[in-house]
Design a protein. Structure first.
Length: 268
């Protein structure tokens, strides 16, 4: 497997966490459920001009092979094709809107063609990457396009709010600490991150839980609930049901390739 990670310098530093080239994995096609995450990311499929996911009813959803994956408020079902190879761009919190423009919440739980967002530059990006002479050259192409698309700055109050919410600070206290009205925080945060502060906090708490469970084969669920601020074990079970669609015990049995991927059986 080939993995090349670039952490770009100015003017992308602080906005783009990593641009990653990865190829040579995935010996066979699989369908997996991915846990929700608050970050937007850019993806270019190097194998085929298509990404496939599945709706809640099992219908296949196809988007072109260069797309923006918006922040997710609930688990998504994704196909990983045999011989998977891709380039991905991971944005810092609240930074994707500097390249794609707010409001980012219109991309929530969606995969959107770059052509629909950037027009011709988005339509040509995959072809330009495929013409590159190697991984480093391909990353150069993507970095250049990102620099050309950079049109804004992050909202420092939204960044501060995201950090506090990720650490478990209640939404009301975050707004008070930042001297913002709750509705103002909600409007600015939702537009630039893509999730409401409350939903973001729920997703981040779930992420703290699954990182805590990584490597565990048996769990004291009541203890986990208390440690992570849930009212009780029933509250924890309810959150897993709403955000992931499985019970905590089913989650533990289904993990594959890290805490955020679950084996999925049912379709296609």
């Amino acid at each position: 497997m080939t993995v090349v990670v670039r952490r770009p310098g100015p003017p992308l530093d602080g906005l783009v966490r990593a641009i990653t080239y990865q190829a040579g994995e995935q010996p066979r096609t699989s369908v997996e459920k991915l846990l929700p995450g608050p970050g937007a990311s850019l993806w270019i499929n190097l194998n085929r001009d298509e990404f496939r996911s599945y709706s809640e009813t099992g219908q296949v959803v196809r988007v072109p092979g260069a797309m923006l994956a918006g922040p997710t408020s609930r688990a998504a079902v994704i196909e990983f094709e045999q011989g998977r190879a891709h380039i991905s761009v991971t944005f810092a919190l609240g930074a994707a809107c500097c390249f794609f423009g707010p409001p980012l919440d219109v991309t929530r739980d969606l995969q959107v063609s770059l052509e629909d967002i950037w027009g011709r530059p988005g339509a040509l990006l995959r072809e330009q990457v495929l013409e590159a002479t190697g991984p480093q050259d391909a990353l150069n192409v993507v970095e250049g396009v990102l620099i050309g698309a950079l049109t804004g700055l992050r909202d420092h109050l939204v960044v501060a709010a995201g950090g506090a919410l990720s650490a478990g600070v209640p939404v009301g206290k975050v707004a008070a600490d930042l001297e913002m009205l709750p509705r103002t925080l909600r409007r600015r945060f939702t537009a630039q991150v893509g999730l409401s502060p409350k939903r973001f906090a729920r997703v981040q708490r779930l992420q703290r839980v699954v990182r805590d469970l990584d490597g565990c084969s048996s769990v004291d669920w009541a203890g986990v609930a208390a440690r992570h601020g849930y009212a009780d074990q029933s509250h924890l079970v309810e959150e897993f049901g709403q955000l992931v669609g499985v019970t905590p015990t089913e989650y533990l049995r289904s993990r594959v390739n890290g805490p955020n991927h679950l084996r999925f059986v049912g379709f296609p």
